[in-house]
Design a protein around this ligand. Structure first.
Ligand code: UDP
Length: 187
């Protein structure tokens, strides 16, 4: 019959979750992974890396009201991972400091799979600004300021597809059967 068919396209849905440099420094990697595991999502890819400043064009930014110029080692902006990841934010006033923050230390990027994972993980992560984030969300439990909000989660199916391709090679993502799958989802 038709039962269960409607959920089929969503069961293999994937999203990109990243523990940002502040989350790594604050030793929150384990707690963040635990939330996605216990919710019932499946980890299909994970790596730790630091995006180097030398990959970026020079930019001038304001840190604590003083102007800082970050070293120039020019690679085309279009080739830079973070500038592609945050391409929609290029015109924002906080963009230079966002790049500075995101290159300040290692990040852990992960791909999680499961029913409606894009939308559900946005709910689990909480609002962009931790000031409004509900307790129980990652940002609502672990952060206070929008500039250090601990975690990234793709905000749409299209965004997730784009970001996963940007951060991962195809062979870095594993298709594997989780033995509890039938208890987690109908398909
Ligand atoms: N950000 C910031 N200041 C702002 C808004 C955003 O530093 O006023 C940073 C913050 O780290 C945020 C990221 O830029 O997570 C990307 O912003 P976006 O609006 O895409 O929010 P998200 O999808 O991360 O919730």
């Amino acid at each position: 019959g038709q039962r269960g068919k409607s959920s089929l396209p969503h069961a293999r849905e994937r999203t990109l979750i990243a523990v940002k440099p502040d989350g790594v420094q604050r030793r929150l990697i384990g707690q963040i992974i635990q939330r996605f595991e216990q919710r019932g999502f499946k980890l299909v890819g994970m790596k730790m890396l630091q995006v180097s400043v030398s990959e970026m064009n020079a930019f001038t930014m304001s840190v604590c009201n003083s102007s800082v110029t970050v070293d120039v080692s020019v690679v085309k902006v279009s080739e830079d991972l973070l500038s592609q990841h945050y391409s929609e934010l290029r015109a924002k006033p906080f963009y230079p400091s966002l790049l500075y923050y995101m290159t300040s230390g290692p990040v852990v990027v992960m791909v999680w799979e499961g029913h409606n994972v894009v939308q559900t993980s946005r709910t689990m992560v909480g609002t962009t600004n931790p000031t409004e984030a509900q307790p129980g969300t990652v940002r609502g439990d672990f952060s206070t300021h929008v500039s250090r909000n601990v975690v990234h989660a793709s905000d749409s199916l299209e965004g997730a597809k784009r970001e996963i391709q940007l951060w991962f090679q195809g062979q870095e993502l594993l298709n594997w059967d989780c033995c509890d799958q039938k208890s987690i989802s109908e398909v």
